[in-house]
Design a protein around this ligand. Structure first.
Ligand SMILES: NC(=O)C1=CN([C@@H]2O[C@H](COP(=O)(O)OP(=O)(O)OC[C@H]3O[C@@H](n4cnc5c(N)ncnc54)[C@H](OP(=O)(O)O)[C@@H]3O)[C@@H](O)[C@H]2O)C=CC1
Ligand SMILES: CC(C)(CO)C(=O)C(=O)O
Length: 307
């Protein structure tokens, strides 16, 4: 298969590297020092699921040089979505599927008007990765799972064929006909983990061991469930309990990607996470006091570490 990773950061680089290691033709779109390091030293993945060091990697900042591919793994931060989707156009041919691995619940609605409904597939990924240094992606376990599918629930034979290749490469890759709900399920988990690990600067292990932090974590997930249900998403009212069990399976040292971004002084996806819960809470008159507090305390850092 021909695959393009747009772009080869912590998430895209991880899954792209796994597919390249399985023998697929993968183009890694990257920029700056990260692109330069991949070109000169190769792409390194450190992972409990197996380390990789790919040499002679096709790393480029020019999607026009890549041309049409079978699959685009779309994994830029949410503020880069529209610009990256515009740049993706030359990589989309008649049978291309663009699978978004971004967090949040509104990625598809921003990409589809640019690249076309037929091409864009909703996705969620359960993984914890960071760019440890340019050219090096660090994956902290336990898993690396992708769930994807059309938001309208339509079965897609082309996507199913591509999915078989991801599975054959050893990736935990699942196609679903209930993607909208599945995206919200991930959003519930992330609303809790991102809000609590970033605001407290503590690990999930510390949070689960403390009744007050654990209670706030549960409230954040419950508020995401409540605004999802108010938006018409088919989530059980007690779904936060389910995701609490998922969190109990994380390694105790786990922090959500937004907490890692905060720690590194990077911009935050806050507006698409706690900010989204607050926006929908106000829209549907659903009380979201815990999410409002998380949004307010992290707001000074949303554009990166203030001077
Ligand atoms: N990391 C994680 O554990 C998880 C992340 N996610 C989600 O996945 C998405 C991607 O996150 P993540 O991989 O962590 O982010 P990263 O910042 O690690 O990767 C994004 C990369 O894309 C690059 N980039 C953006 N636009 C372009 C462009 N036009 N051309 C070339 N390169 C570009 C960025 O470069 P630059 O740095 O120069 O901007 C950066 O290297 C987010 O929505 C995140 O929430 C989901 C699950 C887990
Ligand atoms: C909640 C989690 C860890 C699940 O993979 C995640 O998506 C993130 O940190 O961005």
């Amino acid at each position: 298969m021909r695959i393009a990773v747009m772009a080869a950061g912590a998430v895209g680089g991880y899954f792209g590297a796994r597919m390249a290691a399985a023998g697929h033709d993968v183009a890694f779109v990257a920029r700056g020092a990260h692109r330069d390091a991949i070109r000169t030293k190769g792409l390194i993945v450190e992972s409990p699921l197996g380390n990789l060091h790919l040499k002679d990697v096709n790393a480029t900042d020019d999607p026009r040089a890549v041309g049409p591919v079978d699959v685009v793994l779309f994994a830029v931060k949410l503020w880069d979505t529209e610009a990256a989707a515009e740049q993706t156009r030359p990589m989309v041919g008649p049978n291309t599927r663009v699978i978004t691995l971004q967090n949040g619940v509104d990625s598809v609605e921003h990409i589809a008007p640019i690249l076309g409904d037929d091409h864009v597939i909703g996705g969620s990924t359960y993984i914890v990765t960071t760019i440890a240094e340019p050219g090096v992606i660090r994956h902290s376990g336990p898993g690396a799972r992708i769930v994807c599918g059309r938001l309208d629930g339509r079965d897609d034979g082309t996507l199913n064929r591509y999915a078989a290749e991801f599975k054959a490469a050893g990736i935990d890759f699942n196609v679903t006909t209930t993607m909208k709900t599945d995206m919200w399920k991930k959003f519930v988990l992330l609303s809790g983990t991102s809000g609590i690990t970033a605001s407290t600067r503590r690990t999930i292990g510390d949070i689960l061991a403390d009744p007050d932090m654990k209670n706030l974590f549960h409230k954040l997930m419950s508020e995401a469930v409540a605004v999802g249900r108010a938006s018409g998403v088919d989530l059980p009212a007690n779904y936060a309990d389910e995701q609490m069990k998922t969190a109990q399976g994380f390694p105790p040292s786990m922090r959500a990607s937004m907490a890692n971004d905060l720690n590194n002084g990077n911009r935050l996806e806050l507006d698409w996470l706690a900010g989204k819960v607050v926006e929908l809470g106000h829209k549907f008159s659903v009380p979201v006091p815990a999410s409002e507090v998380i949004y307010a305390v992290l707001k000074p850092y949303r554009m990166g570490r203030p001077d």
